[in-house]
Ligand binder design. Structure first.
Ligand code: C2E
Ligand code: MG
Ligand code: MG
Length: 496
């Protein structure tokens, strides 16, 4: 019994000890766990911070890169490029340096036919080739989509032009071998930097002005040098754009009228309104000097309405005074097809002045039919359905001529003056005109020949059964008040 008690006591003591040991171990474990947790927390915390810092710096680097470099080509971004060139020219001097400005033509075909990835690939290869060819690769930049600018160093302008032409021609040749369905062309302008040039941007503007001149004949890869003539032209464009709004407000745009004469009756049966810009000092500007510019900047739509307004005011007055009137055609730019409500505005103008719709004709140039036809088609339908006849102007001056005949609902085809000019040079051309007129009439169109200057041309057109002629042979475009008198006298004589 005594032994048993002793044994129990020993066991109790052992349990107590174990319990104590357990407690200690537990405490230690808890402490360790807590420490570990703390440590883990710390580790976790440090990591997140680190990752965030890292992310921030990556983002900043990315932003920095994007600010300074073009993501697609790796070339410097525009501002970076300007700073680099500024610094470079300061160090090396301007002599022997040339600005180039290059633009791809037909690049949209490449994108459309072969896909945008191929388009990107070509731009990347171009940048790469530029950097390889002109070892100082930092001197190039992609300004926008397929426009590249750069500074090159050569002996003289001729050398610079030749070397850049050889380079761009070789590049497009290689592209056109691979992408044989789109005739890729690079048109570039080149400008010799002089000591007088203050900013890099102004040097690039000059190379760009030269490029724009070349862009007009974009059939071949070319490098166009900046000349005094280009300088003059760009300055005059700036002048025209700078003065157009005040000229409009000062009523400096005048509608002139040129008669259209029927070959059957010998009478004036219509007129065309042609705009003249007459400055307050009396100088007269012809449409060739400003129409293209206004087409590009959209101002043409205002000018057309200004011409329309004058025509309609004249017709209203002549009708009131019971003078003889003939339908007058107004040239409407393609740009009207971008504006909703164009046709409605024209009809409102006629209505306000109580002029019947059939005294107005609308002339649209042949090239309009090459663009998106949907809006144009609906506009032409609205005109015709309410009595305004349509003429296709400049027929035969573009590439689309015969193509469009099947597609258009129009009344008159105006043969471009080029037909008569070529008839003077080649006998065959007369045959072409005769058969063309025959075909057009067979298709149901009225035919008007523009630019008739001589009795011989008139005779030939009579034999060809042309309906109407317009040209200096009868009269040049004249101010409206002169036309009123001219019409009266001419048709009186025709009757007699
Ligand atoms: P267009 O509509 O084809 O007008 C015919 C052009 O040929 C006119 O030139 C006219 O003066 C000229 N012309 C007429 N007969 C003869 C001739 O026998 N010999 C020669 N050498 N030329 C002749 P203009 O007035 O200089 O107008 C040029 C072009 O400017 C017009 O060609 C037309 O496309 C555009 N244009 C003129 N006025 C306006 C306008 O108010 N609005 C729009 N959108 N375009 C206009
Ligand atoms: Mg016309
Ligand atoms: Mg014409």
């Amino acid at each position: 019994m005594e032994n048993d008690d002793k044994r129990i006591l020993e066991l109790e003591q052992q349990v107590q000890k174990l319990q104590d040991e357990l407690k200690t171990a537990n405490r230690e474990l808890t402490q360790k766990a807590e420490a570990l947790e703390e440590l883990l927390g710390k580790v976790h915390h440090v990591d997140e911070e680190k990752v965030e810092d890292l992310l921030d710096s990556v983002k900043e680097q990315e932003r920095d890169y994007k600010n300074h470099y073009d993501a697609l080509t790796g070339l410097p971004a525009y501002h970076q490029f300007i700073d680099m060139v500024d610094e470079y020219l300061l160090m090396h001097g301007k002599k022997g340096h040339y600005c180039v400005y290059s633009d791809f033509s037909n690049f949209q075909y490449l994108n459309e036919v072969y896909g945008y990835e191929e388009g990107d690939y070509v731009l990347q290869r171009f940048a790469e080739s530029l950097m390889n060819e002109y070892a100082d690769g930092i001197m190039f930049c992609r300004v926008t989509s397929d426009h590249f600018i750069g500074i090159i160093y050569e002996e003289d302008l001729e050398q610079a032009k030749e070397s850049y032409l050889a380079f761009t021609s070789e590049f497009t040749k290689r592209c056109n071998e691979k992408y044989d369905q789109c005739n890729l062309v690079i048109v570039s302008g080149i400008y010799e930097i002089t000591e007088n040039d203050r900013t890099v941007a102004s040097m690039l503007d000059k190379a760009n002005d030269a490029r724009k001149m070349g862009k007009e004949q974009k059939v071949k890869t070319s490098v166009v040098p900046y000349t005094d003539q280009i300088k003059y032209q760009t300055e005059s464009v700036k002048h025209i754009v700078g003065n157009m709004v005040s000229a409009y407000n000062n009523k400096e745009f005048y509608a002139y009228l040129q008669p259209k004469v029927s070959l059957k009756t010998g009478r004036i049966i219509g007129a065309e309104a042609l705009v003249r810009w007459i400055r307050s000092d009396g100088t007269k500007m012809m449409p060739a000097q400003f129409i293209d510019i206004f087409e590009r900047n959209g101002f043409i739509t205002q000018v057309d309405f200004c011409v329309l307004e004058q025509v309609v005011e004249y017709l209203e007055d002549a009708l009131l005074k019971q003078e003889e009137v003939v339908p007058v055609s107004v040239n409407f730019s393609r740009r009207h097809n971008e504006t909703k409500g164009f046709v409605t505005e024209v009809f409102q103008c006629l209505e306000t002045h109580h002029v019947p719709n059939n005294l107005l004709e609308a002339e649209v140039t042949e090239s309009v039919f090459m663009s998106d036809l949907s809006q144009l088609d609906s506009n032409l339908k609205k005109f015709r359905s309410q009595g305004v006849e349509i003429s296709v102007d400049d027929f035969g001056s573009g590439y689309s001529s015969l193509n469009i005949l099947g597609k258009v609902d129009v009344d008159t085809i105006k043969l471009d003056k080029q037909f008569l000019d070529s008839a003077a040079e080649k006998e065959n051309a007369v045959t072409v005109i005769k058969y063309l007129i025959k075909m057009l009439k067979h298709l149901g169109f009225k035919v008007l020949a523009e630019g008739v200057e001589t009795g011989e041309q008139l005779q030939m057109l009579k034999e060809a059964d042309c309906d109407v002629v317009q040209g200096y042979y009868y009269a040049k475009p004249m101010p409206i008040h002169e036309f009123r008198q001219f019409l009266k006298e001419f048709n009186q004589k025709a009757v007699g």
